[in-house]
Design a protein. Structure first.
Lengths: 305, 387
């Protein structure tokens, strides 16, 4: 009866089900986004909260709306922000590439083992998540520091005489990011490679293709959606990464996450911090849209098959 | 450490933080100044037997909190933070639910202007006479008339160093002077040994300006440029720029010189002693002078239990309680009546309670204006990243 009543006003079970994710996005993405957007058009001042209100009633009749675009202009004027964005993208890009180079063979190997071993291997990939992310990054401090595990091992083996400085270098940041995000590369790749139709490879072999040829011409092209998914899952969080560069990196490493922190906490300039966040979001939306299109292409391709 | 959450997407985390404050911005912002000096609510008898305290990590003797609850029946919900910036951001967003918070005086100074705190009701602070009048005078530069705050601990910003390592490199190293860190001639020698500097722009600026014989609280562009040149000249020799990681790094020999806070360096000293590997850490107040900072009890204007907050602060002002805390954390108490009760080893440690001639050279780190803060932090980014 209720269903029929709802149907009369145009609400079916289908719309209710699809409404849930939309409601989720509205609550946890769109509303915070609008609030941040609003603050980004404001101006900092010493008060609670520390920015000027956007709307003001004049004589209780006229609603005055002040939009301050200066914060965005500020981002363009000072080359700090551009350099921080570009450097973050560079660091995230290199990390993603390394993750792909390590993650692809791992995902491939897992997908090709016996199902019983496969589950154990997958469990091992996910296992680090059972420990706090922060603790794992701290553990790397213990491994990489001058009198840490790695240097001590190398010295006792006689490979080096003096400890190599690894902590507070870019190397440590890449190690940290690749280590932390590798599972996000392996899992989508595995999901993709595991679905791969092995008869295609047999057909390729029957037609005289060598194993590496059939890998390059069959497996690799078919796994592109998995590669894109894995790369985006690593790249996007890595761009905004704050914890790993702060704990492991050289203080001179310029990352947008750190710039955002400085604006928000040190300068107490919420409007500029919000503008930085909005700009970062726009930077990230572009790859997400690209991903969306790749996904569409994949489902389109599936229909043809 | 400043990080308690996984900030994979820093922007989203910031967005989440802002949610709490956005809705009240329309009505609260213009009225903020007026709310500053709202009279503290009278301790309504209906007040729940709870006090919510937000303090620095490792900053009171836990036994003291138990004693407070045992005597008053008031339960203490005790949360900790480890940077003034994090505390300030929460306070400015409002409705923290905390009854007692402990900002440093230079931050408190600005927060009072923003209308964050209520005036304390002296009639409920019966232990007020225990306070050190010299500290009260110094704090009054931040909190005029001492109307909004009571000192918990104070300390200095100075130089911690690994004695053996520094002496091995240069037996004549000026360990009692800022020259050790700010003069490239000296700093260069300790590059491989490791130098750490606090990630506290305003304090380091003050230290450089003092070393150069300028007004440490200067807000002139010229002095800022001068300090930037000094900092850039020693940047290649500085390995860490962080406000807490240096404690461990100094204790385990990872670095050998740290510009740090007195109690933290002494904590590193104690940890090194416990580790028993022969690392000896020392703390010096530079002879040119340095910052004397204060961490202050204050009550937010919207505290849910202001009556309990006053009772808690008054309890902390008891001489024996303040002495216990001072013993526990290796910082100096601003409670004159407590000093005599502090353990001799702490009381006679010049790193904790500096002698009068050094005390005379200590100065406050006053809050800067908004525009200068931005210039300073921009300079700081140029110093840390070279951009």
């Amino acid at each position: 009866m209720i269903a029929r009543a709802l149907k009369r006003v145009g609400i079916t079970g289908r719309t209710l089900v699809t409404a849930v994710p939309y409601f989720w996005l509205l609550l946890f993405f769109l509303i915070p986004f609008v609030i941040v957007l609003k603050i980004s058009f404001s101006d900092a001042q010493i008060s609670m909260p520390p920015y000027q209100p956007l709307f003001a009633w004049i004589d209780e009749k006229v609603l005055q709306v002040q939009l301050n675009f200066a914060n965005y202009a500020f981002l363009v004027e000072d080359n700090l922000y551009w350099k921080a964005y570009l450097n973050s993208i560079f660091v995230a890009g290199v990390s993603t590439l390394i993750c792909l180079l390590i993650g692809y063979p791992m995902a491939y190997a897992i997908a090709r083992t016996r199902p019983s071993t496969r589950n154990v291997l997958l469990l091992l990939v996910v296992l680090p998540f059972w420990t706090s992310f922060l603790l794992r990054v701290y553990a790397w401090i213990g491994i990489l520091k001058n009198n840490g595990l790695l240097n001590n091992a190398l010295m006792s083996l006689g490979i080096i005489d003096e400890p190599i400085r690894m902590l507070q270098t870019d190397f440590a940041v890449y190690v940290g990011i690749v280590y932390s995000y590798l599972p996000f590369m392996i899992l989508p790749l595995y999901a993709n490679l595991e679905k791969l139709d092995l008869t295609l490879l047999e057909a390729a072999a029957d037609l005289g293709s060598r194993p590496w040829e059939s890998f390059l011409k069959v497996t690799l092209p078919l796994s592109v959606p998995g590669i894109i998914a894995g790369c985006l899952l690593v790249f996007i969080p890595a761009v905004g990464e704050f914890v790993i560069p702060t704990l492991l990196g050289d203080p001179g490493m310029l990352m947008i996450g750190k710039v955002l922190w400085t604006e928000f906490f040190n300068n107490r300039d919420w409007p500029v911090a919000s503008a930085v966040a909005i700009a970062l979001l726009l930077f990230l939306v572009i790859p997400i849209m690209y991903y969306q299109r790749a996904q569409d292409a994949e489902s389109g391709g599936g229909l043809h098959r | 450490m400043n990080i308690s959450i996984r900030t994979g997407l820093a922007s989203l985390a910031i967005a989440a933080t802002l949610v709490g404050c956005g809705k009240k911005s329309e009505d609260a912002a213009p009225a903020a100044a007026g709310a500053t000096d709202a009279a503290p609510a009278a301790a309504a008898p209906a007040e729940e037997k709870v006090v919510n305290v937000y303090n620095w990590s490792d900053y009171v003797d836990p036994a003291v909190l138990e004693q407070f609850t045992a005597e008053t029946g008031i339960k203490v919900n005790y949360d900790v933070f480890d940077s003034n910036e994090v505390l300030e951001t929460k306070l400015l967003a409002g409705k923290t639910g905390y009854d007692v918070v402990v900002p440093s005086a230079s931050f408190l100074e600005r927060q009072i202007k923003a209308g964050v705190f209520q005036k304390l009701d002296r009639s409920k602070l019966t232990n007020w006479s225990n306070l050190d009048t010299e500290i009260l005078e110094r704090v009054a530069l931040h909190d005029p008339g001492n109307e909004h705050s009571v000192n918990h601990m104070w300390g200095t910003t100075g130089i911690g160093f690994n004695e053996a390592k520094v002496m091995a490199i240069d037996p004549n190293a000026p360990v009692d002077s800022w020259s050790l860190v700010f003069d490239p001639k000296h700093a260069a020698k300790f590059k491989d040994c490791g130098i750490s500097v606090l990630d506290a722009p305003s304090e380091i600026l003050a230290a450089v300006l003092t070393w150069k014989g300028k007004d440490p609280n200067s807000q002139s562009a010229e002095d800022l440029k001068l300090a930037e040149d000094v900092l850039v000249s020693v940047r290649p020799y500085i390995r860490m720029i962080h406000s807490s990681n240096y404690i461990d790094a100094l204790a385990n020999g990872e670095i050998c010189i740290a510009v740090g806070w007195s109690g933290d360096v002494l904590q590193a000293r104690d940890r090194a002693e416990e580790a028993g590997q022969g690392v000896v850490i020392r703390y010096n107040v530079p002879k040119e002078g340095t910052i004397m900072w204060f961490d202050m009890y204050a009550v937010p204007a919207d505290a849910p239990h202001p009556g309990n907050a006053h009772e808690f602060i008054n309890f902390m002002m008891r001489p024996e309680v303040a002495a216990k805390n001072s013993n526990f954390v290796n910082f100096a108490t601003g409670n004159a009546a407590a000093v005599a009760l502090v353990d001799e080893s702490v009381r006679n440690d010049p790193g904790v309670y500096p002698p009068a001639e050094i005390k005379a050279k200590l100065f406050p780190d006053l809050a800067e204006g908004e525009e200068f803060t931005r210039q300073l932090n921009r300079t700081w980014t140029r110093f840390t990243t070279g951009q």
